[in-house]
Design a protein around this ligand. Structure first.
Ligand code: HEC
Ligand code: HEC
Ligand code: HEC
Length: 108
């Protein structure tokens, strides 16, 4: 008689690995939440999901010409509107433009 591995436990183990892997990624390249201005300007904090960008770009697409590889770049809407910082891509051509506020300013 052929013994088959029961499907349930196998799936659990697989899913467990996947979850751990993605958690590992998330902690090495976490989302960055900008809370500097949120309170003062009464707008939800902006967030930058590293992983979403990593799917499309290599690290050097952004580091170090657009952003240093550490916190402290302090992007502003003014510099983005001039095509710098996030606005180098978020200009309505390469990616959604800075007019769609709610895609970056997400209530936490
Ligand atoms: C689409 C642009 C982009 C790409 C691609 C990107 N990063 Fe970043 N990274 C950023 C931004 C923006 C920040 C935050 C800078 C700031 O505003 O302070 C950042 C910050 C970081 C930080 C500091 C994080 C912290 O919380 O201290 C590290 C480390 C980092 N990036 C590593 C990487 C590595 C490694 C890769 C490639 C695997 C990568 N990044 C790809 C944009 C990018
Ligand atoms: C190198 C180009 C590039 C840079 C720099 C960049 N982005 Fe993006 N970003 C993209 C692209 C491409 C997408 C996905 C395409 C789209 O949805 O238009 C995206 C998607 C996003 C999303 C949507 C994620 C989702 O789940 O839908 C957010 C939020 C975002 N970016 C925020 C930022 C912020 C904040 C910065 C600056 C700190 C930034 N990005 C810098 C190219 C870039
Ligand atoms: C591509 C992502 C993105 C989009 C789209 C976007 N913002 Fe921002 N915004 C940011 C980031 C990143 C910061 C820096 C936040 C911080 O440092 O706390 C910021 C900062 C701000 C600030 C603080 C002051 C300043 O000028 O920097 C205000 C107010 C603001 N955004 C309003 C808006 C409004 C209103 C819209 C829509 C018209 C918008 N934002 C669209 C990413 C975005």
């Amino acid at each position: 008689m052929v013994t088959r591995a029961p499907l349930g436990p196998v799936l659990c183990v697989l899913l467990g690995f996947l979850t751990l892997c993605s958690l590992g990624w998330a902690s090495t390249l976490g989302d960055i939440v900008y809370s500097r201005q949120a309170g003062a300007d009464k707008i939800a904090p902006a967030y930058f999901p590293h992983w979403v960008h990593r799917i499309k770009y290599k690290c050097y697409a952004c580091h170090d010409n657009l952003f240093p590889m550490r916190r402290g770049a302090n992007p502003t809407m003014a510099t983005m509107a001039q095509g710098q910082s996030c606005g180098a891509c978020h200009n309505g051509k390469f990616a959604f433009g800075i007019d769609t506020c709610q895609r970056c300013h997400i209530p936490q």
